[in-house]
Design a protein around this ligand. Structure first.
Ligand SMILES: Cc1ncc(COP(=O)(O)O)c(C=O)c1O
Length: 461
């Protein structure tokens, strides 16, 4: 090694034999800046953004730590702030403290879940944690799962496995059944699978936003008359706009009768199934072949954190295994790059594991129950005379004033969202059945009843 390179060794990378004082110093400063940003949330609001924010690109010479820390501060000060109590727009709660630590450790480890030899302890950790989840929701010993980068990818992993299991390949005659309120990413999934929107069959929902069982039966009969082959039926456990739960028990019965793969998109509500919180349908989730659970969306595991759990792990291995010719394998341990779409993956599971270990089941329940409590409080207090309200058993409420015509809902919600933002409340405005609604997601642990009362004042509700 040349002198030159030696000089830069512990500036570019951690030292393998020194005390890493430089890194310790930098981490301390970064931690300080991050924590100052958290505590300044009240001053800046949920979504500060200066149009003059400068995205400075790398130059010939590298920048000093001083310059970079100043840019980090500017980046933070112009970022969405999930810890602000008015951050109520989306499924992006404040980050769990032990999850932040997990992300730091995962970055430092830089292990790769592609293969056991690149991540021995993390491979075992991910396998065990998926199994723990699978057992908690009532799957048996054959079950397990794989983590992925978000709900869309977990669902896609499941659908590809379902199709492989049904021996359908990219048969253009194959269809996927979802409710009309299922998440928009299923459109992407069908495209990625070499199909198009005509292969995505929408089953009607009832007036509570749940899949209509009679319509499901009729749709299946129609499919069979037209000789369509069913890849899977997707039941949504928590719809995006109103948090509705499809009738999982009845859907699972139909799937068993007709030998169809049942996938549950539990991106929003799946995590409730590991607790004893009594919500209808949760004790039937073990009847599914696969379920997506997305702990990033509600309990604050830092992004990304999503799991696909399957009742039979061999379905994933049969679908995705390639032999991975350039990696050694170990007896009885499957390389986890062979169980899903993604190859290289970071050791993200650490933040899920640390977060859950810190919370315990009681902590998970506390966070979930508190979101439902905030939703219940909001619904109790909002004027039912003035507003049409769409909600379900989970923590999401969409609403619109009763007098607003569908053609005016776009401008009404736009104006209201802007007005609320000026008062440090961030809500979203989903388009739902040709109407725009305001949506509040009550997953923010920092939001108190007095914040909700203040929000309702701005809504004139
Ligand atoms: C019900 C549902 N499924 C899937 C997704 C997609 O999840 P992700 O954004 O993590 O890919 C979402 C996102 O909000 C969702 O609400």
């Amino acid at each position: 090694m040349t002198e030159d390179l030696n000089n830069k060794r512990d500036i570019y990378f951690p030292s393998y034999n020194g005390t890493n004082d430089n890194l310790i110093n930098l981490l301390n400063r970064a931690t300080q800046i991050l924590c100052e940003w958290f505590s300044k949330a009240e001053k800046y609001g949920p979504l500060p953004f200066d149009e003059n924010f400068n995205c400075i690109m790398p130059e010939d010479d590298g920048n000093s730590a001083e310059e970079l820390f100043s840019e980090i501060k500017s980046l933070l000060n112009n970022s969405f702030n999930p810890v602000h109590p008015g951050s109520l727009a989306h499924l992006d709660p404040p980050p769990l403290i032990f999850s932040i630590l997990g992300d730091l450790i995962a970055a430092g480890l830089n292990n790769n879940l592609l293969a056991y030899e690149l991540s021995p302890s993390i491979t075992l950790l991910e396998e065990s944690l998926c199994k723990w989840f699978a057992k908690k929701i009532g799957f048996n010993d054959l079950s397990g799962g794989i983590a992925a980068s978000g709900g869309t990818l977990s669902n896609l992993n499941a659908l590809i496995a379902a199709r492989h299991n049904a021996g359908l390949g990219s048969d253009p005659n194959s269809v996927l059944l979802v409710s009309e309120d299922a998440h928009s990413s299923f459109i992407k999934c069908t495209r990625i699978m070499g199909l198009d929107e005509s292969n995505l069959v929408r089953v009607k929902t009832d007036n509570k936003g749940c899949m209509d069982i009679n319509n499901l039966r009729k749709t299946l009969d129609k499919c069979s008359i037209k000789n369509k082959k069913i890849i899977a039926i997707v039941a949504t456990l928590g719809t995006t706009v109103r948090g509705a739960i499809d009738p999982i028990k009845e859907i699972s019965r139909i799937c068993q009768e007709r030998n169809i793969w049942l996938h549950i998109d539990g991106s929003i509500g799946g995590i409730f199934a590991v607790t004893s919180i009594p919500i209808e349908g949760l004790n039937s989730v073990n009847q599914a072949n696969s379920i997506t659970i997305n702990p990033q969306k509600i309990i604050g595991i830092t992004k990304t954190s999503s799991l696909l759990l399957v009742s039979d792990m061999s379905t994933l291995e049969n679908t995705f295994s390639t032999g991975l010719p350039y990696i050694s394998s170990k007896e009885n341990i499957t390389n986890r790059g062979e169980m899903g779409i993604q190859g290289s993956r970071p050791a993200e599971v650490i933040k899920l594991w640390l977060g859950l270990r810190f919370l315990g089941l009681k902590g998970i329940e506390d966070i979930l129950k508190s979101s439902i409590k905030r939703k219940d409080f909001f619904i109790k207090k909002i004027s039912k005379n003035k507003f049409e309200i769409c909600s379900g058993p989970l923590h999401i409420v969409s609403f619109i004033p009763k007098g607003v015509l569908p053609k005016d809902s776009d401008s009404w919600t736009k104006n209201k969202v802007n007005e609320l933002m000026r008062n440090n409340f961030m809500l979203s405005r989903p388009k739902f059945k040709d109407n725009y609604y305001l949506r509040v997601v009550m997953g923010n642990y920092n939001t108190s009843e007095s914040h909700i009362e203040e929000l309702l004042k701005f809504l004139d509700a």
